[in-house]
Write a protein that binds this ligand. Structure first.
Ligand SMILES: NC(=O)c1ccc[n+]([C@@H]2O[C@H](COP(=O)([O-])OP(=O)(O)OC[C@H]3O[C@@H](n4cnc5c(N)ncnc54)[C@H](OP(=O)(O)O)[C@@H]3O)[C@@H](O)[C@H]2O)c1
Length: 277
């Protein structure tokens, strides 16, 4: 079996997809305690010891509002360190899969974003992730950059656990109705990532569950399915007073993934049903 080393493996995405990828690869899960990706020498040592065929770079500074106050940390982890990982992969002849985000787009489009659309991030997080993508592909053109969005999954706090908790505690939940995207079940990224590796793909790919909704519509669907009777009110994003600007519209066109691998992402309501069990 090929050896797949994952960075940032304790995070939301890692803890959900690595158990699936273990069916196909010998997975070496590492997080910041074992390899801080900002440390090139540690990376070089780790690679020499672990001898991976593939590196899945899940490590990132993902606090979107926190990034607005910590520009240098965002840049160091999401951009510089992504470049370090890519450099090491190129040097050691390792296939790299790097994860990026819909926040590289400003959200001003009204039809699904393709990989050809020109990014224009509206937040520090988005800027740092875009810079990371560019450094990755400059250093290692054979890398696969998977852009995804609106992740939810098991473990930790996520949108679903947050709104269901507020519903239980307060009986009223306010959710923004002016941001449209595609909620994506973390586990649904495992197979397309494998398919891209198997096809020896390279470059940027959009990968998200199909269909779209606003966060309010997503919440409505969750409450209906869980038979939660709390009041759900739509609000505008401005009322949340968040530091970072989010894209108003960030639906992905994932047809490149289907064209190059044959893999088709399932609709978000089907994935949600699977998650809710
Ligand atoms: N969540 C989403 O909705 C979403 C959407 C689009 C794209 N993405 C992308 O998907 C990837 C995974 O995201 P996620 O949601 O799983 O994030 P996450 O839960 O925050 O996980 C990231 C992991 O990286 C670790 N980390 C941070 N700095 C590191 C460093 N210098 N070296 C090594 N590890 C480090 C974190 O450790 P600590 O927790 O100790 O900091 C954490 O375990 C990221 O690239 C993210 O940008 C996420």
């Amino acid at each position: 079996m090929l050896r797949l080393l994952a960075t940032g493996s304790h995070g939301l995405l890692g803890s959900n997809i690595l158990p699936i990828l273990e069916r196909y690869y010998t997975v070496i899960p590492l997080d910041i305690e074992e390899w801080d990706i900002t440390d090139r020498d540690a990376g070089d040592r780790t690679i020499r010891e672990c001898k991976p065929d593939i590196i899945l770079n899940l490590a990132a500074y993902t606090n979107v509002d926190g990034c607005e106050d910590c520009l240098s940390l965002a840049d160091r982890v999401n951009a510089e360190a992504a470049g370090i990982v890519a450099d090491l992969c190129a040097h050691h002849n390792i296939k790299l899969v790097h994860i990026s985000t819909d926040y590289v787009f400003d959200g001003e489009k009204d039809s699904p974003y393709t990989e050809q659309d020109v990014p224009n991030p509206a937040s520090v997080y988005g800027l740092s992730k875009l810079s990371g993508e560019r450094k990755v592909l400059d250093a290692c053109p054979s890398a696969i950059v998977v852009r995804t969005q609106w992740l939810y999954g098991h473990g930790g706090v996520n949108f679903i656990s947050k709104i269901t908790q507020i519903a239980r505690e307060k009986g009223v939940v306010e959710v923004v109705d002016d941001q449209r995207g595609s909620p994506t079940y973390t586990k649904d990224l495992a197979e397309p990532i494998r398919a891209l590796i198997e096809e020896n793909a390279a470059g940027i790919y959009h990968v998200a569950n199909s269909g779209s909704c606003t966060w309010f519509e997503f919440a409505r669907e969750i409450f209906d399915r869980l038979k939660i009777e709390a009041q759900l009110n739509p609000i505008a994003s401005v009322h949340l007073n968040r530091k970072a600007k989010r894209p108003r519209y960030s639906v992905f066109d994932c047809s490149k993934l289907t064209r190059d691998t044959g893999f088709r992402m399932r609709p978000w309501p089907e994935a949600l049903q699977d998650y809710l069990g």
